[in-house]
Design a protein around this ligand. Structure first.
Ligand code: ATP
Ligand code: MG
Length: 404
């Protein structure tokens, strides 16, 4: 058995020893069958949450009402969820109540897609009552049971389907796709936060260029923040190199650019992203507009952007144009390393020193003077040494007086 499963095997065996059934389930089993890197290993069991907590010394009750207990085993946290069926769905969202059941098959039946409804026991034997392996072989995303009903129960599953397209490069089964088209308006019942989580996974997937047009094709985009009128743009977004981007800020910046969003702030706010992400994506876009080509970076722009943002700008530009970003990255790294200072804090003088030198009361002139100083230092006009800066400043005042 592969390492992540091997490490969790103790939990399965312990539950078995106490007379309960226990299996690996969900994404980890799917990824194992696909030969993909395996993420979180989830376990499903016939034991009730209280029974699970009674067996293991280190547990965290993260949602025992819904059947989920976290077991800390050899330093790793595992989600162990009691076999359950979902109660009535209200408003096309996850049900408030769940019913615990003792049968694995019933538990697998409530899962979204056949590829996610496969279990594996302690010997590595696969239990696959809904044809998940066949779907994986055919690279198809297919709902467990009737697609229409499953999307009416929980509309988020439609977004999950398209984000799996992006993550796995699979296609939507015909019935599944038809049902998404028919039920797309139900997405309006889903909270923005949950849609954003799926969208972020979609943008980060290796096949985002295929998934983005699919949002338009299925009509889901009509119900996503700021995307209602962007169908054509989403189709064109297929041309960009999404997988080149490494950070979420870069992905949101590229999305804004790709969609022709004029003001990124309200668009990103509608997705309820953290301010840090909104600010950084906005700064990347502003810098991209200010530096029209890789060769156009001035020292001042590079200094103000900082190396990290400058690299982001070039990778976003590369994703747009399809030209490799490595040469620009190398060049920016070299130029940034050559800057005499990397931050304003490294300047040899500060406001207090400047006030002492000039002998005028503090005012807006202090910031203006400091700005002139860092610019001169960054451009190599003066060395970053107190005496040199003093001399440069005196010379500058003399010239300014002469010009007045
Ligand atoms: P990832 O690799 O992104 O974690 P995953 O398949 O593990 O993918 P999770 O969101 O972690 O996805 O969910 C774990 C499992 O729970 C899924 O594989 C699926 O069986 C089930 N599941 C998750 N969300 C839903 C849902 N909305 N409806 C039905 N089943 C779901
Ligand atoms: Mg998972």
């Amino acid at each position: 058995m592969k390492p992540p499963f091997q490490q969790a095997l103790g939990i399965i065996r312990q539950l078995n020893r106490h007379g309960y059934e226990a299996y690996f389930v969900g994404g980890a089993v799917r990824d194992l069958l696909l030969g993909r890197p395996i993420g979180d290993v989830d376990i499903a069991t016939s034991a009730l949450p209280d029974e699970v907590m009674a067996i293991f010394p280190k547990t965290i009750d993260v949602g025992s009402k819904h059947g989920t207990v976290v077991i800390v085993h050899e330093g790793t946290a595992y989600e162990v969820t009691t076999f359950r069926t979902d109660g009535d769905y209200e408003d096309h969202r996850r049900p408030e109540s769940v019913t615990f059941v003792r049968s694995l098959e019933e538990d697998l039946k409530r899962r979204d897609f056949t590829m996610n409804a496969i279990a594996m026991d302690e010997h590595g034997t696969i239990i696959d009552p809904f044809g998940g392996q066949e779907a994986i072989e055919k690279r198809l995303i297919r709902t467990v049971g009737e697609a229409d009903a499953r999307f009416r129960e929980d509309a988020l599953r439609m977004m999950r389907a398209v984000r799996f397209v992006s993550q796995l490069g699979f296609s939507l089964a015909i019935d599944t796709k038809k049902a998404i088209i028919a039920n797309a308006p139900l997405l309006a019942h889903i909270s923005v936060e949950r849609m954003t989580m799926e969208m972020e996974k979609l943008l980060a997937g290796p096949f985002a260029a295929e998934a983005l047009p699919l949002l338009a094709e299925t009509g889901l985009s009509t119900y996503l923040p700021g995307l209602a009128e962007k169908g054509e743009w989403l189709r064109r977004a297929a041309a960009y190199r999404w997988p080149w981007l490494a950070a979420r800020e870069e992905r949101w910046a590229l999305l804004c650019h790709a969609l022709g969003v004029k003001e990124s702030r309200p668009f990103l706010r509608a997705w309820k992203l953290p301010n840090k992400v909104i600010d950084e994506a906005g700064a990347i876009l502003a810098t991209l507009a200010a530096v029209p080509e890789p060769a156009a970076w001035t020292n001042e722009q590079l200094f103000l952007a900082g190396l990290k943002r400058a690299l982001s700008v070039e990778v976003v530009r590369a994703a747009l144009t399809g030209k490799p970003y490595e040469p620009q990255h190398d060049e920016l790294r070299r130029r940034f390393a050559a800057l005499p200072i990397k931050t304003k804090g490294e300047l040899a003088v500060n406001g207090k020193v400047v006030i002492d030198w000039i002998g005028k009361p503090a005012g807006p002139w202090v910031k203006e003077t400091l700005d002139a100083i860092w610019r001169a230092v960054v451009n190599g006009e003066v060395e970053n040494e107190k005496e040199r800066i003093y001399a440069w400043l005196m010379e500058r005042s003399r010239t300014q007086e002469k010009n007045c």
